[in-house]
Design a protein around this ligand. Structure first.
Ligand SMILES: [Zn+2]
Ligand SMILES: [Zn+2]
Length: 828
């Protein structure tokens, strides 16, 4: 809100959000010249710390001076309009409070860096400066001179030139005297793209004049040809004329600049410029919308019925039951009401097939937000969202939730059980699925959670009546659930019937599918063994220098890598401990499987899909396309093969080792294993034909394996819930994990103990630890974990305040000074 206070003589202050983890907002004084301009929720440049400039956000304008410090002046006002909405700011405040971080951290995470001023601010010579140095004092002169010879300087460089620290007064003075400008780089960071267009000059825009001009051009046939091309491209005389880009005209007419210049000189054509959006809108294709089948219709009306009573609905629909069509149906209804829709997906890069499908159906009202977009694209999406003229539906991963979206009617969280909705590093460590529910509340919108294997939290909320619960148990079309087969690895090992890592069951099934010209997906969990080296003589294993973890062998690069810090080393020929040459490769990953398959099935094409093979920009799409076109027979991959891929010709899915996932030290291991394996199983099966899933395991009688082969999700949930209740784990409690880091192992342990001691005195909650995690050193920082369990009937906000106070006191008493402490709310 802009304040309507008398501007003369009024001293105004602004509370500023600075993109740093600061516990509170800072109050700055608004220079009177900016009284009219400064607005809440708009950016300003402020100085914070020594010579550091930041683009802060005005949270509030008022006329109360801060009590304990002298307010500094705001340096510059960047926006004349708010760039953040009121709802957005309220939502950010909620994230900061619930996830125990600062609003500055949320602001920092939300704003594309193209909209942020860094401390690396560049000072440029003012374009209007006439070179009259007489108005400057000595120091100003030095800077001005340096500027005129080097074009631009950072604040650090200026500080070096003057050999003083406090340079802002000098910079300010130079800016006032129009010798330098500082804010310019903020604008430079986001450059709108200017495109040149061609059109007829005003006098030529009539048939008669144009006809005369044609006659004039008979002795310049090339120019005539170009003009005719223009007429054709522009459809100038039709009812729907089109704008013609200069480059397009060249390309189509196969002509040169000289001919265009000729036509411009003759005042037939002219050039004009237009600011071009970098993101060209998606073209809607006139597709025949597949009608919803009776089950989808029933589910849709149940969701709508549910929304009359409740804010959240859980759509529990088995794989390939056609959930996306239900979403699209509901989206169109929201659009008809003039509302916007937010559509969250777990990892946008891995949902290409889905996004392409939605693009075609929704066309230009769809915006896609993507962490792989460059800064300019992100700024453009931000602006388009803010001015509400562009997108009506936004699809994207978790950070889409932080955009300036308003007027939302529906939030869809697809694959709501996915772990990638949770951000772990850096702060804010929020879970977008949970935050979406609060976001929707702020907007007065409804939330639809969708999954084939809902998280326990959502399932419990749905079955105890907090959410509406809608089931969809029929696969779309004539697809059937696949047949599930368990293959015993231990038995095959005993009988010596293993071929590489394939049991006879899987080996023969692959052979059969290949013979029938059907495709195969093989899945190897990335949490499983990675290949590593081991000395046969003394047992030495090469480990990372900075982390507590063994190095992984990468054959294609022939090197050892640390998966935590990226450290790389060559493969040693001899043992570093005993000098033996007997180094053995242990464990196996997707690379080894691919290699073995090439030997076992030499006439077939085999491709790997994992982090290594998809590093380059379009590699992932290329592999999927090749697979879709039948150029790949067997696709071997990690978690990537489990997500949202639908291929018509896949009849067999093989899980190479289910045990990797089951024997993992995490209370959610069974739930996660079931979800992942059910998800990957869903890739098998074609229209009219039942697919097969073969699960290899050492433990065929394991309850989760048994539940899986019967697709018994509810059985799994029921059993797991009993355990969770018994051991006080979510969804019956809420967890908070404290991570303590220190460069010295023993100090880390001591500080963690001090924290636990203090917490036990001040908190009512159950406190576990400290404990060394399984990887207890990363990048040379030693780690200790403390776990807090909030009981459901406990006042969580109060406990959090008490926790915060404890940590702050320990810091101010210098008891844990050189340790870093991170708080992670709902860490799993
Ligand atoms: Zn490392
Ligand atoms: Zn050795």
């Amino acid at each position: 809100m802009k304040l309507n206070l008398p501007t003369l003589m009024t001293t105004l202050f602004a509370d500023i959000i600075i993109p740093l983890p600061l516990p509170q907002l800072f109050t700055y004084r608004i220079p009177t010249i900016y009284n009219e301009v400064a607005q809440e929720r708009a950016r300003v440049v402020v100085q914070f710390g020594k010579n550091k400039l930041y683009s802060g956000l005005i949270a509030k304008i008022h006329s109360t001076a801060p009590e304990h410090y002298q307010a500094k002046y705001i340096e510059e006002v960047i926006d004349s309009e708010p760039i953040v909405t009121e709802e957005q700011l309220n939502f950010w405040a909620w994230i900061a409070e619930y996830y125990m971080c600062t609003i500055g951290e949320v602001y920092n995470a939300a704003l594309p860096s193209g909209l942020k001023l860094s401390s690396e601010t560049i000072i440029l010579p003012h374009p209007d400066f006439d070179g009259d140095f007489r108005v400057l004092n000595d120091k100003e002169f030095l800077v001005a001179e340096a500027l005129s010879s080097s074009e631009n300087l950072t604040l650090k460089e200026i500080s070096d030139i003057l050999s003083i620290k406090t340079i802002m007064p000098i910079i300010n003075s130079l800016i006032k005297k129009k010798v330098a400008i500082a804010e310019e780089d903020l604008k430079l960071k986001f450059k709108p793209k200017i495109e040149e267009y061609v059109r007829l000059t005003k006098q030529c825009r009539s048939e008669d004049v144009l006809r005369l001009k044609f006659d004039d051009l008979t002795n310049a046939p090339k120019q005539l040809e170009l003009l005719l091309h223009y007429i054709k491209l522009s459809k100038w005389h039709s009812e729907q004329p089109r704008e013609v880009k200069k480059v397009v005209l060249y390309k189509q007419a196969d002509s040169s600049l000289a001919q265009l210049k000729g036509l411009i000189q003759k005042e037939i054509l002219e050039i004009y410029e237009k600011e071009e959006g970098r993101l060209s809108p998606f073209l809607k294709e006139e597709l025949i919308t597949p009608p919803l089948n009776e089950f989808q219709l029933k589910a849709t009306s149940e969701i709508e019925e549910g929304f009359k009573q409740k804010d959240v609905a859980l759509l529990h629909g088995i794989t390939s039951s056609g959930k996306t069509e239900i979403y699209l149906n509901l989206i169109n209804k929201e659009l008809a009401k003039g509302k916007t829709v937010l559509y969250l997906v777990p990892e946008i890069a891995l949902t290409t097939q889905l996004v392409n499908r939605i693009k075609k159906r929704l066309g230009k009202v769809l915006g896609v937000y993507h962490s792989k977009f460059n800064e300019n694209e992100r700024v453009e999406i931000w602006n388009n969202t803010l001015n509400q003229s562009g997108y009506k539906v936004l699809i994207g991963a978790r950070s889409t939730l932080l955009l300036p979206i308003t007027n939302v009617g529906l939030v869809i969280v697809d694959e709501e059980h996915e772990t990638s909705y949770k951000q772990h590093e850096p702060s804010p460590r929020y879970n977008a699925r949970d935050a979406a529910i609060v976001f929707a509340k702020h907007q007065g919108a409804k939330v639809l959670l969708g999954s084939a294997t809902p998280s326990m939290e959502s399932y419990l909320n749905a079955t105890n009546g907090k959410y509406a619960y809608v089931q969809l148990n029929k696969r779309y079309g004539e697809m059937q659930l696949p047949e599930m087969v368990v293959a015993n690895i231990a038995e095959a090992q005993k009988k010596k019937t293993l071929k590489s890592h394939l049991t006879p069951e899987l080996f023969h099934a692959i052979g059969g599918a290949l013979e029938r010209k059907e495709q195969i997906i093989l899945f190897k969990n990335r949490r499983g063994f990675s290949p590593f080296l081991k000395c046969n003589q003394c047992g030495w294993i090469p480990e990372c220098k900075s982390c507590d973890i063994s190095l992984t062998y990468h054959k294609y690069k022939n090197q050892l890598n640390c998966h935590y810090c990226g450290f790389a080393s060559h493969v040693p020929q001899t043992c570093s401990a005993c000098g033996s040459r007997e180094l053995q490769m242990l464990g196996y990953g997707t690379e080894k499987i691919e290699e073995d398959l090439e030997i076992l099935f030499p006439n077939n094409s085999i491709q790997r899909l994992d982090l290594d093979t998809t590093r380059s920009k379009n590699a992932y799409q290329k592999i999927l396309m090749d697979f879709e076109n039948g150029e790949i027979d067997i696709l071997v991959g990690t978690q990537m093969v489990t997500k949202g891929l639908d291929f018509d010709n896949v009849s067999l899915v093989g899980v190479l080792n289910a045990d990797d996932m089951l024997h993992y030290p995490d209370f959610r291991a069974f739930e996660r294993a079931f979800q992942t394996l059910e998800q990957v199983s869903g890739r098998a099966g074609r229209k009219h034909k039942k697919g097969t899933v073969i699960i290899q395991t050492y433990d065929p009688n394991h309850t989760v394996i048994q539940q899986l082969i019967q697709h018994n999700y509810k059985g799994m949930i029921k059993e797991q819930l009993t355990h969770r209740l018994q051991f006080h784990y979510p969804p019956f409690t809420r967890l908070l994990r404290i991570t303590v880091k220190n460069k010295v192992d023993s100090v880390c342990a001591d500080h963690a103990k001090i924290i636990v001691h203090e917490l036990k005195k001040n908190l009512k909650s159950e406190i576990l630890g400290p404990e060394k995690p399984s990887i207890s050193r990363i990048r040379n920082w030693y780690i200790q974990h403390i776990l807090i369990k909030f009981n459901k009937n406990m006042n969580q906000p109060l406990e959090k305040v008490a926790l915060k106070n404890c940590i702050e006191n320990l810091y101010s008493e210098k008891l844990i000074s050189n340790s870093r402490v991170n708080l992670d709310v709902d860490p799993y």
